[in-house]
Design a binder for this molecule. Structure first.
Ligand SMILES: Nc1ncnc2c1ncn2[C@@H]1O[C@H](COP(=O)(O)OP(=O)(O)O)[C@@H](O)[C@H]1O
Ligand SMILES: [Mg+2]
Length: 450
């Protein structure tokens, strides 16, 4: 069925945001937008894709009252015309699908929830797709495409999208945050920016632009600046790439400032952060009070086991002449310790053993259920290193200092642990620090992911 009476008007709020309109109405086939988080990239492109799907291909305009016109004055039958929204993952594609349904006039489309498709009454179809696998990005007659959060989409997927747009000479909007310089989006952005590519245009929206437009609050930016690592903050909010050329994991670690004599303070909880390796088994001792993090000890036991480690801890933190006091402990640690393990008696899990051996209550067992992604964890660790005062004891916690100094990231975004014989690659003390930070300082990631 072809709708004849439907009159589309571009949503009022879109019409007041000049920087958004600029990239939406870019007079070219390809558009790259590098913009701050919460700049209105996604919403702008939802509107754009919808307009592409209802309009006569390539020839429509929006007048000063926001009324859409096709240049020929009639609405085409667009049976077989496909439009794509490509996101880094299925989950992110589904979020865009839901936002699309909420935001755009519903009179002229039906949605298929399980396929993540929208079918318009003119026959055009909009597909919401995951870009995680380039093999899934084939299809015919794609007339317009949005690649959302493009810096998280692989180059192969971009090539697949580009191919599907070739026969139709379809348009594409590549939108996202800046994420380093070693990716296809960054390269295309620079070529588009410097005018080396015909039919391409480049747009940039910073946090200040978004504040001026009223879509982002200054307080959100201020909070992100207070909490995120400065490199990550500038990248996310101002589009300035952060290049950690040293490959150091803990690039914000500052030995001169953060290595300081410290002791256990029995007036505050003692966090035991466990890493369960066969050899050495490892536990980091952390405290957090007066807005400072303390690490007086890293306990590393060679050729040992969890029972001996617990006995060691009981002994170490019992004040001579007083009875053992279990109330002072809070347990953090490697989430995989929640699994049953063949390395402990009766196939129990590590945390149950710790709870029993140290006489702890369930409330003291504060390990996370799963370990976070390393990339996000690196941002968090450096946020905390940059913004929270530390005292890491030069003697008791020397192995942590060593790891903070020497731990490296591999190009694939994992920690270099290939050779466990090599001290700089064991990283067990660093792991205990990461688990402690993950459990207790996640608020420092606010403003990192949308
Ligand atoms: N033109 C606009 N006017 C007012 N609010 C807008 C506009 N565009 C986007 N927004 C709002 O700003 C927020 C961020 O938009 P979004 O498109 O998700 O940004 P991004 O994809 O750049 O992170 C959302 O709450 C959205 O509804
Ligand atoms: Mg977005």
């Amino acid at each position: 069925m072809v709708v004849t009476k439907f009159k589309y008007k571009r949503p009022e709020k879109i019409r007041q945001y000049k920087k958004q309109i600029e990239f939406m109405d870019a007079p070219c086939r390809f558009t790259v937008v590098e913009a701050t988080t919460k700049a209105g990239k996604t919403v702008g492109c939802i509107v754009w894709l919808y307009e592409q799907a209802i309009s006569e291909h390539g020839s429509f305009y929006v007048d000063k009252d926001g009324i859409f016109h096709s240049t020929t004055g009639k609405i085409l039958n667009k049976e077989g015309f496909n439009y794509w929204w490509v996101a880094p993952t299925y989950k992110i594609a589904r979020i865009a699908f839901r936002r699309f349904k909420r935001f755009m006039p519903k009179e002229i489309f039906t949605a298929n929830e399980s396929e993540l498709t929208i079918t318009l009454e003119n026959g055009a179809m909009i597909f919401f797709k995951s870009g995680d696998d380039a093999d899934g990005l084939y299809g015919e007659d794609v007339y317009a495409c949005v690649i959302d959060e493009a810096t998280r989409v692989k180059e192969d997927s971009w090539i697949a999208v580009f191919t599907t747009l070739t026969a139709t000479e379809g348009s594409c909007k590549i939108i996202g945050n800046v994420k380093g310089t070693n990716n296809w989006v960054y390269k295309l952005a620079r070529e588009a920016e410097t005018g080396q590519k015909v039919n391409w245009k480049y747009y940039k929206i910073t946090a200040d632009d978004a504040v001026k437009a009223g879509v982002l609050r200054q307080s959100v930016i201020d909070e992100a600046q207070r909490t995120l690592p400065s490199g990550t903050f500038l990248e996310l909010y101002y589009g300035i790439p952060f290049v950690n050329s040293s490959a150091k994991f803990a690039y914000a670690f500052d030995k001169a400032k953060q290595v300081k004599k410290c002791q256990v303070n029995y007036d505050y909880p003692i966090y035991l952060s466990f890493d369960f390796n066969k050899n050495p088994i490892c536990c980091g001792i952390y405290q957090n009070y007066n807005e400072e993090i303390f690490c007086p000890y890293i306990i590393k036991l060679e050729n040992s086991d969890i029972y001996k480690l617990c006995a060691y801890i009981r002994n170490k933190f019992t004040i001579p002449g007083s009875p053992y006091n279990p109330d002072i402990f809070i347990v953090n640690g490697d989430a995989s310790g929640n699994n049953r393990s063949a390395m402990v008696k009766d196939n129990l899990n590590y945390f149950r053993i710790i709870k029993a051996e140290l006489d702890l209550t369930q409330g003291q067992m504060q390990q996370l259920g799963s370990n976070p992604l390393i990339e996000e964890n690196q941002v968090l660790v450096n946020a905390v290193l940059e913004h929270v005062k530390h005292s890491i004891d030069p003697d008791g916690a020397q192995p942590l200092i060593f790891d903070l100094e020497f731990a490296e990231m591999l190009p694939d975004g994992t920690l270099k642990k290939t050779d466990r014989k090599e001290a700089s690659q064991q990283l067990d003390p660093l792991d205990t620090y990461r688990y402690f930070i993950n459990r207790n300082f996640r608020r420092y990631l606010k403003g990192y992911r949308d």
